[in-house]
Ligand binder design. Sequence first.
Ligand code: AMP
Ligand code: ZN
Length: 466
Amino acid sequence: MALRFYNTLTQRVEEFAPLEDNLVRMYSCGPTVWNYAHIGNLRTFTFVDLLRRWLQARGYRLDHVMNLTDVDDRIIQQAMAAGQTLEEYTSVYTQAFLDDCRTLRLERPEHLVPATAHIEDMAEAIRRLGEKGYTYQSDGSIYFRIASFPGYGKLSHTDFSGIRAGVRVDSDRYEKSDARDFALWKAPKPGEPSWDTVIGPGRPGWHIECSVMAMKYLGETLDIHAGGVDLTFPHHENEIAQSEALTGKPFARFWLHSEHLILESQTMSKSLGNFYTLRDLLERGYEPEAVRYLLASVPYRKKLTFTFDSLRSAAGAIERLRSYKLRLETGKFPAGTSEALLERTLAAVRRFEESLDDDLNTAEALGAVFEYVRDSNSAMDAGEFRAGNSAAALELLARFDAIFDVLTTTANQGGLSDAQIEARIAERNQARQANNFTRADQVRQELAEAGVILEDTREGTRWKRR
Ligand code: AMP
Ligand code: ZN
């Protein structure tokens, strides 16, 4: 069976292939950098990472754009309260977001683009929408007239035809019951940042930024547009209205939405105050791989209830896989190959791949791997696992880890391996014996910078990672 995704637009699971060759043009909505991301936000970004990785595993190249919303109502409010410029305020949270992505091993999109670097493009798009008769002005702000776009509601499958024309909403985020003409451009207010543009002074609304940046980098029709389920309305509905009004072409072919992460029966959110950041979890001693595993383990269209028990189970699951890998790498197995076991391995690979092809069913894919590991461990215990079976088993783990990416520990990632550390310590000992204390101190310093602490004892030098 081919690769397929549930498409919110058609409300069906559909076979996926890009419009052109093997290049997937994809846009996903990025963070609003007004605060630290919580692990609910990070669940959505982890889903996008899994999607990227699986598309690549299936042989596609990617052109993926993600925005950084670095101007919006919340940011302006917070920056003003802190007495900072927008840039001073958002740079901290942009960096924190990038750090979180690196910690969770989220692949960087081909284009990661801040909204404030594209204000002129947005103003130009709004000017063109005006020319085509989709907008009107009121008190220096410009609104999109939703009654002028007949397809309004097709993504959220809502009939908005009864909505009173000319009633406006200024805030970027609102509920379906508040569906109104929305702000494309907001009039300048005293003390608020504003830009001088072809349509006058002001600042863009949130929705126009995604339409403009998506089409600027990816063309008029995207293969995939992704984001959290709460963005379906109004954000993505508005993106469709703006983009299709401009081009007359379908804006995105596949719309993928990931469900929320839940904490104690409620959606995790900053405004409800029920959230954990990644930092909170790492400070409690959990490994980033455990967080990544947990976020990836529930299929993206199912709600994921966060508990510390589930985080501990995730850590346990990773440990089982790591031990199995070590056993494969270091175990002594009788010569030859068990054909039955080889077939069992290949069947596990097939089930793993078919599960991910099936709208990224990560739970089923993990099931395939764990059942295989259990069977394989039993075969080792029974002496049935042969030396010739290792390669295929390691290949299964490699395919698993190309997507889930949890087998290497963070301490060793990009840092020094144990052997490298031991070699540096031997070098330092030699320098000390030769009374070259400058050199010895230099090595200690370099190791410290790599996060390795040395302790000289009578038995020799001990070390640990910070
Ligand atoms: P924001 O920074 O508020 O623009 O949100 C960034 C992303 O996180 C969006 O795609 C949201 O849909 C998503 N999101 C917000 N809350 C949650 C949650 N509790 N679980 C999963 N995703 C969420
Ligand atoms: Zn967006």
